[in-house]
Write a protein that binds this ligand. Sequence first.
Ligand SMILES: Nc1ncnc2c1ncn2[C@@H]1O[C@H](COP(=O)(O)OP(=O)(O)O)[C@@H](O)[C@H]1O
Ligand SMILES: [Mg+2]
Length: 307
Amino acid sequence: MKILNLGSLNIDFVYQMDDFVRPGETKLSEELNLFCGGKGLNQSIAASRAGCEVFHGGLVGVDGGMLIEKLQENGVSTDLIIPSPGRCGNAIIQVNSKGENCIILYGGTNRMLDKSDVDRIFDGFGSEGAVLLQNEVNLLPYIIEQAHTRGLPIFLNAAPMDERVLECPLDKLDWLMINEVEGRQIAGCENDSDIIPILRERYPGLNILLTLGSRGAACLYNGERHSIEACRVPVTDTTAAGDTFNGYFMACLLEGRHIAECLQMATVAASICVGREGAADSVPLRSEVEAIIASGEICVPNPVMML
Ligand SMILES: Nc1ncnc2c1ncn2[C@@H]1O[C@H](COP(=O)(O)OP(=O)(O)O)[C@@H](O)[C@H]1O
Ligand SMILES: [Mg+2]
């Protein structure tokens, strides 16, 4: 199944420091590592590894060669990425000796889309397939309107959460994908158990996928609620767990699998991801997920249907 992911591309510069730089200070860093990042890039790679035919859409800056290469290495089409004279989105991350970090985030070309770019990307994609979105590009309300007008089902991962998500026509989505923090903010509640009931009332007909970290995930699909526990596995780094879960869940749904199977496959994929260091690189391949399920190496929980 074809997916258009109109999402962000970032270069992450990670500087190892003894301590963070203070006002007026100049400090030497002993080590710099560059990583490909951005929720958009991570989710394009996750959906592609999960088996979707992914077209990444958006702008890329003059410094984006490594990002294009990374997408292509992972089987993602870059045909709908438009070169821009700006610079790519980037994060300047200082990591101190205690492993704490402080981050400067610059949106760059992720936030320079204009409406004609969006139209051009949708025209290039055509009328078959589904659209995946996150909250790291500008013009999100316009992008949702365009996808809706063109009859494409829309999956929005409302991360990173801020007030711009609330300005979007969420009633036009097919799926809202959130973790508990985003869910509480959108629903305006304190308890995780209130998230789905509040959103169900506010946006009738919206399907919701709510991931809950080590507590698993819950969803509302065609008015029915399902939930699944997480696998009990040793945890190395939970970065990209949500991206992995969302990519696999979406891929399985678009293949027409039963919702219970989608939840199981996504849970196993995310459990492999949390055992590995890194972001996009820690997303497992479909063959790895299927091999683990077949071997029974990880105990796979059964989804439960709730009333
Ligand atoms: N500590 C963990 N142990 C096992 N699985 C986990 C753990 N943390 C996350 N997961 C899996 O990853 C999924 C997504 O994680 P979550 O933290 O909800 O996403 P996000 O990264 O968006 O916050 C969970 O539903 C679960 O299946
Ligand atoms: Mg989490």
